[in-house]
Design a protein. Structure first.
Lengths: 101, 224
């Protein structure tokens, strides 16, 4: 089920929205870091985790508002399992930006 | 089989469910009938783990389910149809069926039966209320659940679609599923129900002989 879920259009739509949230989060995080004279694109695991939790909370609020958690539930997918791959996406994007940015 | 036993729940100091009991048995359509605000939706939400009750238990095949959740129960064979749209509006019905993969049953048959094939590639957000409901139901049929819960499945449907929904509910039961739905329309209940629970002010009771007795005799026997 998980592989089918990752290949689905619904997961891709969550991935798109989550990537937008990551960009917003990265801008806010970078601006805060720059204001206290820290490198804005550096990878700080603790901060990344906090920002990732915020991004997921916003995405979950959207999902619940549209009752799509019921769709996932009927497919046997809890929100945690359905969205867990996005945590990897967040850390991979942030790490890539820190290395290549 | 699923059951909710001695379910109590208060919200904002107001008692919503009072030692409520309901169950669904395989091969039968069980209906929970009650007026708006009687506690039907809340009881369903407790059964599928979307609300935590103050007391009581949810049981699956007689076994207590600790901290039930929809995903957990769905993996055991539950399908839940709430009283509001729950499909992804930006996807098509075909995308939703694709989520099932080869699935436990052939979804084409379910889509054909409810006429969903006619709008398979339209966005869900562009469907009419009736088309949306039939699509949700077809997805439920395709999942081949062993227990199916529907909260007001006939609400807002035109007569033609009501007949299709009633047929689908009967079909699910004929296939051996335990079907439980909530409604306040007693006439539709008469046509579809094998078993009947009534609910009023959060208290439930099993209604015996509801087919033989005149409507007014049992519908107004609420424990007011």
């Amino acid at each position: 089920m998980l592989l089918r879920w990752l290949a689905s259009r619904q997961f891709r739509s969550y991935l798109r929205r989550f990537t937008l949230l990551w960009i917003v989060g990265k801008i806010a995080n970078g601006a805060t870091a720059a204001s206290i004279k820290l490198p804005p694109l550096a990878f700080r695991p603790g901060t990344e985790l906090v920002v990732c939790v915020f991004e997921l909370a916003i995405l979950i609020a959207f999902i619940k508002r549209a009752n799509e958690d019921i769709l996932l539930g009927n497919l046997g997918l809890g929100l945690g399992a359905a969205l867990a791959p996005l945590v990897l996406v967040h850390f991979a994007l942030s790490l890539a930006l820190a290395v290549f940015g | 089989m699923i059951s909710g036993d001695s379910i109590t729940l208060s919200l904002g100091g107001r008692s919503i469910l009072q030692a409520a009991y309901v169950d669904a048995v395989p091969g039968a359509v069980t209906v929970l009938v009650g007026r708006s605000g009687a506690g039907k939706t809340t009881l369903f939400e407790v059964l599928v783990g979307r609300r935590r009750p103050d007391g009581g238990q949810v049981r699956w095949n007689g076994e207590r389910v600790p901290r039930p959740s929809l995903a957990k129960l769905a993996r055991r064979g539950l399908f839940y149809h709430p009283d509001r749209p729950w499909l992804a509006m930006q996807l098509t019905p075909a995308d939703h069926f694709a989520l099932l993969g080869s699935g436990p049953s052939d979804w084409h048959a379910a889509a054909d039966m409810l006429g969903v094939t006619a709008w398979l590639s339209r966005r869900v957000g562009a469907l009419s209320g009736g088309e949306l409901r039939l699509t949700e139901l077809a997805l439920g049929l395709a999942l081949a659940p062993s227990v199916a819960l529907f909260d007001e499945p006939f609400r807002g449907l035109e007569p033609r679609h009501r007949e299709q929904v009633a047929t689908a509910l009967r079909l699910l039961a004929r296939r051996g599923a335990a079907v439980l739905y909530a409604d306040h329309d007693v006439e539709s209940v008469r046509r579809t129900a094998d078993r009947l629970f009534s609910i009023e002010r959060g208290a439930t009771r099993l209604v015996e002989g509801f087919r033989e007795r005149p409507l007014g005799e049992w519908y107004h026997e609420w424990p007011l």
